[in-house]
Design a protein around this ligand. Structure first.
Ligand code: ZN
Length: 487
């Protein structure tokens, strides 16, 4: 950058000479100017040390830039002619995309039957919104060419055009109208069955032991994408090799899911005794609140081994099947479960730690979505306060309401999370004895399975839960829950 800016100053003395010479010959025209530019270019290339590292293309651009600067500063009479030449240069570079599209379709028609696949089509197919200045926009020309070519198709000439994008909503409507890209195939995250099938495909490349149950693995990897599933199989294979084993076991796959979710085990992290205790109570807090609520998924595994992601421990909940609809109650229970960790710290130690930051984030996200997008607050009824703008890339949401309403939303989010936090605290207080028992067990063992957790929870607590739940609302409901837990 510095080179770019200093060259005109550096050359100022010499330029005058050239211009004077040109002036004496009189009316040399555009060719003369280009000649000047070339000479200056050579001069700059040889004399200015900082230019030598640049490639020829950059030098050519700098030459052009220089020439324009000179022309502007000395106001040569044939400025207009030069600008025309300048326009020609732009025309030479712009339109490359359009030419490529033309060429592509020419080839496709020659080679038909064939498939043309355009990846990341949003790069050229973005909505034409008129924000780009001038009609010379490269992207727009390319898009126009694409549209024209697609219109020239007969129904049966054997060329199929496929395109992929993560941002279908940003495409130009002209691209997606009937006759052009008129069929859509959404590729969502795989469901349970899909995950199982994908795992099997990737697992063909590795040797498996007989104990591998892809159904369980697929259930544990809830929400994983195809690429993540491939990664899980790969991690499992690496783990087997590290252990000098010939085959990949179920344990390898389970561990690799945790690696993908939470990072590697941090074997050298040494927590103090007190910290370890806090983490154990925190994680049991989550699990206990989850288990005590009617609709929460059972716990698969709880561990307090630190991970490279920064997690000091975590509770893995596993859904029995894929859920496509969540009820209001289920969402509220989820929030309560997220607050359960902090609640346990409060109940047991009367002190709070920084460990709950991720929980807080998640709980807030759910609470916010319930109020702004799912119409789950009485006051707002079925009015959308937020719209999701980027469904396939993270799903950012933008607010669509007045400042007053925003305040109201914030207040409601806080209210909702607070309510669930209180509920979680109450559940833990009511089950204080179990909380201690389970936490001590986890503290000793560091990792416990869902079955162990349930065994301790149901050991002698069955009567207890039944009597306790009567204090809460709906004794009938809770009894059904207790039955479920024994299963
Ligand atoms: Zn937590």
């Amino acid at each position: 950058c510095i080179g770019y800016l200093t060259i005109p100053v550096f050359l100022a003395g010499k330029i005058e000479v050239f211009v004077k010479k040109l002036g004496s010959k009189g009316g040399a025209g555009t060719t003369g100017i280009i000649a000047i530019a070339a000479v200056i270019g050579c001069y700059a290339y040889v004399d200015a040390p900082y230019l030598i590292a640049l490639n020829a293309g950059t030098v050519a651009m700098i030459v052009g830039f220089l020439a324009m600067l000179i022309l502007q500063s000395i106001q040569v009479k044939f400025k207009q002619e030069w600008l025309n030449a300048w326009g020609m240069i732009i025309a030479m570079f712009v339109g490359m995309g359009a030419a490529k599209v033309r060429d592509l379709f020419k080839q496709a028609n020659e080679k038909a039957p064939c498939i043309v696949f355009i990846d990341e089509i949003d790069a050229i197919g973005k909505k034409r919104d008129g924000q780009m200045a001038g009609g010379n926009d490269e992207r727009e020309q390319t898009l126009n060419q694409l549209l024209t070519e697609m219109d020239g198709f007969e129904g049966n000439n054997g060329v199929i055009i496929l395109a992929a994008t993560n941002r279908p909503e940003s495409l130009d409507p002209a691209l997606t109208r009937p006759g052009r890209f008129d069929r859509r195939v959404p590729v969502e995250l795989p469901d349970l069955e899909g995950r199982e099938a994908i795992l099997k495909v990737h697992a063909k490349k590795v040797q498996l032991s007989d104990d591998v149950d892809f159904h369980t693995i697929a259930r544990m990897a809830s929400g994983a994408s195809g690429a993540e599933l491939a990664n899980i199989v790969n991690e499992a294979a690496l783990r087997a090799v590290r252990d000098n084993r010939e085959v990949v076991t179920e344990a390898d796959l389970e561990e690799s899911i945790e690696v993908v979710i939470a990072g590697y085990q941090k074997k050298n992290a040494v927590l103090s005794d007190q910290e370890k205790k806090v983490v154990a109570y925190h994680e049991i807090g989550h699990a206990l609140v989850a288990a005590m609520q009617t609709h929460s998924a059972p716990v698969q595994k709880i561990t307090i081994i630190p991970r490279t992601s920064g997690a000091l421990g975590y509770t893995m909940q596993v859904e029995q099947g894929d859920k496509y609809l969540l009820t209001k109650q289920e969402l509220e229970n989820k929030i309560a479960t997220f607050t359960g960790g902090r609640a346990a710290e409060e109940v047991v130690f009367g002190e709070i730690t920084t460990g709950a930051s991720n929980d807080i984030e998640q709980a807030t996200k759910i609470a916010r979505a319930m109020i702004t997008r799912y119409g789950m607050s009485d006051d707002f009824d079925m009015v959308a306060m937020e719209t999701v703008t980027n469904q396939y890339l993270g799903g950012d949401a933008s607010l669509a309401c007045s400042a007053d309403t925003q305040n109201e939303i914030d207040r409601k989010v806080v209210e909702l999370v607070k309510r669930e936090h209180e509920k979680a605290k109450k559940i833990l207080l009511d089950n204080r004895q179990k909380l201690d028992e389970l936490s001590n067990y986890l503290y000793e063992k560091e990792t416990i399975t869902g079955d162990e957790f349930m065994a301790i929870l149901n050991g002698e607590a069955k009567k207890e839960t039944n009597t306790e739940t009567k204090i809460e609302s709906g004794a009938e409901k809770k009894e059904a829950d207790a039955d479920e837990q024994t299963i």
